[in-house]
Design a protein. Structure first.
Length: 853
């Protein structure tokens, strides 16, 4: 089956899960998603070809990659950067939602109703045995809870478990010591939960979302299941740390009661029944954190990514990791007490080579250990029983990651939860990058880019040299940049709701990898290099981030924040130096585009082509610069005109994207002549839409009027050789004829003499011709002074007073209003019509003319 149109290409990702022939795209047979998400396939020297195979027919390649026509005559190979000897698995977005009976996975589903399972389980059940083993290697957010979040959870648990008794010593002894609990207390340890059951209630710890993996080897690990944590990572890790703290507190107390702290055995028996009970309790908790099986490999309850898992694994396994050397023997629990005994210098040395997640894990563990040391033995036992028996989690287990992502996104939560851009981050950094060192380097660079930008830079307080090195733009800006760039590359509208944008982002990623690797292959063939294809480093996720994501995110950040001086093609120090007039013209145009795309939702799609232009202009500065004038002189005015058309005509989303994609195609076609022939057919439509648009009727319309009048005034000032005021942002557009006319005022006399319908009155009242750009407080507010005193509101709103105020403005279009209006000295319908015509003519000169007037 061949799809009739490239726009339906995305459907094949969900329709051809297991076919290899006859389609636009054909993939290898399905494998489970967890296999794709595993990094192990990338770390092995023999598995560098295990990423993905991609087959594209010649005709669909020519249509799909319109902007890469130079490659369309070559028959593509079948791989992004994989060899035919090692076929690549099916991409996760092409995996069927409900596997067929022939699927190799152990889970079979026959109906959508059975695809998702939700269970309410106590923590004791969840942490019992190996039925629920957790991994978070694909959760790219990492462990981010600080002491603040940990304290909130711990306080809630202690309040629920201990109530008013929390923290009070029992039996008159000191807190946290061996003498605060008598032998009689130990005898009722097993019955404590029953005695306190009537006084406590269940604790609901919200929902966690898990996706089953298929890498569980029962021959090595025994019966059990491993789950990928999509939501709940912070809570699960913190609960494991809390249980580890309880385990260590009981084991250390048992050791203190014995001459030799050897756990359960002869040493513990020397401490009496109490030491035996405490050591057994520590061993019980240890089995929850590290569920052991005879003749099977060890496994911990939860595992993070390799880099972030260093200290967590030691804490859960009970390995102190200090020079004191705690040796393990059968039946023993080695507490992580050495961590708490380290000096600040030792902790710094320990943490310096580790990631921030390791630092947070150790800080939170030590903090909870300190908090637990303030509790009595009885209170710690009650807290343990409560956590195991009365703390419940709503465990949601969808069958696929797509369902899991939709569940998490539908909850509308932010903060530590995954968002689509985080999933894409995981694809770029891990799935599509070969070497582990490159994975984490790209991951760190992404984190640095996603950090919140400096407030001083946003406010323009930083020096030019400092701000030109923008390296942090925020996660939302990265997400927006990816949406815009993927839309430009795929020539399709990408929705930013529901999490489905991840699939389109991966299409974009795979397309760029395919193009770049075939370009590299073509270059090698031309050079007739002696190197084999396997010796050539393929273009992969790390290169995609450096070449595509990072420049786009930084450029979008600069554009949205008006940091135009930081673009190299606008720099006065670059080799492609623009003259002052052209540079100011470009900045005025970019300011207009920024204001319109920010104020009017129907013009937001213009950012797609604006970002494309900015990136191309930056590349021209680094190259020979032959195309820079084409982008600035031809395309920038066209983008302004089409953006204004989107704002005032309010076309459908399909029409807006069609205009944007037409501009992108024109940029790709170096032989096209983009001039008056492209625009003339729409000039009449644009001017007609401006003429009919009621700018002054809404807040958004007034913002659009402000942006348009600023652009036209800047054009006039540059044409006259004047300087554009620096406080250009401290302006607003106001109605010349006021919206509310006072009874008995001159406005009432002028406008009531002519018989007009209400529609005609509104059309003239709210049109762009009845608006003026002012850089001070709007006139007519009763704040202007006349003869040293504040004028009355009616006097301030009069036409004569407005003329006096307008004559002091620096803006040419506003300044003209203070001059004689010709035959009539009144601001009537004729004056508004004349000014409307003037504004429309200026739009034609500023945006629709390819040459300077």
């Amino acid at each position: 089956m061949v799809l009739p149109s490239p726009c339906l290409l995305q459907l094949c990702y969900f329709l051809i899960a297991s076919t290899r022939t006859g389609g636009v795209l054909a993939f290898t047979p399905s494998v489970s998603e967890s296999t794709l998400l595993s990094k192990s396939s990338f770390s092995s020297a023999t598995s560098t070809s295990s990423i993905h195979q991609l087959q594209i027919t010649h005709e669909q390649q020519r249509q799909w990659h319109h902007r890469h026509r130079q490659y369309s005559q070559r028959q593509p190979s079948t791989s992004l950067f994989a060899t035919s000897d090692n076929p690549a698995p099916l991409p996760f977005f092409a995996a069927p939602a409900f596997p067929s009976s022939s699927s190799t996975t152990t889970t079979t589903t026959t109906s959508p109703q059975s695809a998702t399972v939700t269970l309410r389980l106590p923590l004791g059940t969840l942490f019992d045995g190996r039925d629920y083993i957790f991994v978070t290697e694909t959760n790219v957010r990492g462990y981010e809870w600080t002491v603040k979040e940990v304290d909130v959870l711990l306080e809630d648990l202690m309040d629920a478990a201990l109530g008013k008794l929390g923290g009070k010593p029992a039996g008159g002894g000191k807190k946290g010591t061996a003498v605060d609990t008598t032998v009689e207390d130990i005898e009722v340890i097993d019955g404590m939960a029953k005695n306190n059951q009537a006084l406590t209630t269940d604790f609901e710890l919200s929902q966690i979302v898990l996706v089953p993996t298929s890498d569980w080897d029962s021959s090595l690990l025994g019966l059990g299941n491993r789950y990928d944590v999509y939501d709940g990572q912070q809570r699960l890790v913190t609960l494991n740390l809390l249980l580890a703290g309880l385990r260590d507190s009981f084991q250390c107390e048992a050791d203190d009661l014995c001459d030799v702290g050897t756990g359960v055995g002869e040493g513990a028996s020397k401490g009496g029944k109490r030491a035996v009970a405490l050591a057994a309790t520590a061993l019980e908790i240890s089995s929850m954190l590290v569920p052991t099986k005879v003749r099977k490999e060890d496994v911990v309850r939860i595992t993070l990514r390799k880099r972030d898992n260093v200290l967590l694994e030691k804490i859960l396994m009970g390995e102190g990791g200090s020079s004191q050397g705690l040796e393990e023997t059968d039946g023993e629990v080695a507490p992580t007490q050495p961590f708490s005994k380290m000096t600040q210098k030792q902790l710094s040395e320990l943490l310096s080579p580790l990631s921030m997640a390791n630092t947070r894990i150790l800080q939170n563990f030590l903090h909870m250990t300190d908090r637990l040391s303030l509790l009595t033995t009885r209170e710690r036992l009650r807290l343990l029983d409560y956590i195991v028996e009365r703390v419940y989690l709503l465990v949601c287990i969808p069958e696929t990651s797509r369902i899991a992502r939709n569940i998490v996104m539908s909850q509308g939560r932010k903060g530590m939860d995954n968002e689509p851009i985080d999933d894409f981050k995981g694809l770029v950094c891990f799935r599509y990058t070969l070497q582990e060192e490159d994975m984490y380097q790209t991951f760190d660079e992404w984190d640095a880019l996603a950090a919140e930008p400096s407030t001083s830079i946003l406010n323009g307080e930083a020096s030019t040299e400092e701000s030109s090195k923008t390296t942090a733009v925020g996660r939302d800006t990265i997400s927006s940049a990816c949406l815009l760039r993927a839309s430009a590359a795929l020539r399709t509208k990408i929705r930013s709701r529901g999490g489905d944008e991840v699939y389109e982002w991966e299409r974009w990623l795979r397309q760029e990898l395919w193009l770049e690797n075939h370009r590299l292959s073509h270059q090698q063939e031309q050079k007739k290099s002696k190197q084999t294809q396997s010796d050539v480093q393929p273009w992969q996720g790390k290169d995609f981030f450096t070449r595509e994501i990072e420049p786009a995110a930084i450029a979008l950040h600069k554009f949205r924040n008006g940091q135009f001086d930081e673009f190299n093609f606008l720099s006065q120090k670059g080799k492609q130096k623009l003259d002052c007039k052209k540079r100011d013209t470009v900045i005025a145009g970019l300011n207009f585009l920024r204001d319109v795309t920010t104020a009017v939702s129907s013009a937001k799609e213009a950012e797609i082509v604006v970002l494309e232009l900015l990136l191309r202009a930056e590349k021209e500065v680094a190259g020979d610069g032959t195309m820079l004038s084409r982008y600035i002189d031809e395309f920038l005015p066209l983008i302004e005109a089409w953006t204004l058309w989107m704002a005032v005509a309010r076309p459908s989303p399909m029409q807006r994207h069609a205009r944007v994609f037409a501009l992108l195609d024109a940029m790709d076609d170096f032989d096209s002549v983009v001039g008056t022939s492209f625009v003339d057919e729409d000039v009449k439509s644009l001017k007609g839409s401006i003429d009919e648009y009621k700018f002054g009727a809404t807040v958004g319309g007034k913002k659009l009027a402000t942006a348009l009048l600023k652009r036209l005034n800047a054009y006039m000032m540059l044409h006259l050789g004047d300087t554009i005021p620096e406080n250009i942002d401290a302006t607003a557009a106001e109605l010349i004829l006021p919206e509310k006319i006072s009874k008995g005022s001159d406005w009432e006399r002028i406008w009531h003499e002519v018989d007009r319908s209400q529609e005609e009155n509104d059309q003239q009242l709210y049109c762009i011709g009845n608006m003026a750009l002012v850089s001070t407080q709007p006139t007519g507010k009763g704040s202007a002074k006349k003869g040293g005193k504040k004028t009355k509101k009616a006097d301030a709103a009069s036409w004569e007073h407005k003329k006096q105020s307008y004559a002091k403005e620096p803006w040419p279009l506003t300044f003209q209003l203070g001059e004689p209006l010709g035959e009539s000295s009144e601001w009537d319908g004729g004056a508004i019509s004349d000014r409307q015509i003037q504004v429309l003519d200026l739009v034609g000169h500023a945006m629709l003319s390819s040459k300077d007037d």
